[in-house]
Design a binder for this molecule. Sequence first.
Ligand code: BMA
Length: 326
Amino acid sequence: MATILGSPLPNIPWQNKPADARGVVWRYDANPIIPRDLLPDSNSIFNSAVVSYQGAFAGVFRCDDTRREMQLHAGRSQDGIHWNISPRRIQFIADDTEIARWQYGYDPRVCWIEDRYYVTWCNGYHGPTIGAAYTHDFESFYQLENALLPFNRNGVLFPRKIGGRYAMLSRPSDNGHTPFGDIYYSESPDMTFWGRHRYVMGTKGGWQSTKIGAGPVPIETDEGWLLIYHGVLTSCNGFVYSMGAALLDLDQPWKVIYRTAPYILSPQTLYECVGDVPNVAFPCAALADSATGRIAIYYGCADTVTGLAFAQVEELIDFIKSNSAV
Ligand code: BMA
């Protein structure tokens, strides 16, 4: 039986799997948990990242405003479901004015490593690249050098150093809506200089045939890093974003052990299929409880609202292994 290697999280948001659920991942029955208009001037709140924080929850949220500018906002929650998001965007603190010049930010991830929460996001710097910052309190955020050159998206840190170095997945891309994309791995001794780039995995058939990108911070299990990721299919009506999962080697995470041939969740409900960008289920965060194997996945729905879904680690890992095409 697969187990999560990490801390217990007894207050993880949770609903048992309904008897009639079809898949290995099931949705919260009161989705979406965050409406598009939670803030006075938000057009949409989606593709957002949450973590456990001081016995409750905190996060960084993608809030596109009514000018349709892409901003990052901090938020807090007692239960991980009802969120209080700051109406003011995060004002990153940076020593270097070159780094501090804010263009836009989207699709954040938040990762606890050693003594602080790191935030990575798609940062505007002459095109999209991987922005990085850290916070201790979700009040003050200290911006670091951009991790990689443009064009890149979906920068996702591992929650501990690997071989003594910080480790990150990313997805080199282009300056537009990118009709390609594979996942790569990079390492850094100091969160500033990134190298030792390795290829992890690329597109496959069907739901993941156009491009793929890492989703939540990988979850460490005794069977490998559990990576939930998004995959994109190009239909005659545009892109369709679904979720899949893979197991990566614990010491050499660029080595893929298993990877789902079927999706684990695809846009099928009204709030996933209808919105500013229809047919998008885009995971950016997951909470995990090592005591029970419960996993709560936060995902953007139709680029408009935020949803919550659940999985059990044993069942999900069994599914990955028995439906794998590496
Ligand atoms: C990607 C990103 C995501 C978005 C998705 C679907 O390129 O911009 O933020 O959810 O497209 O529009």
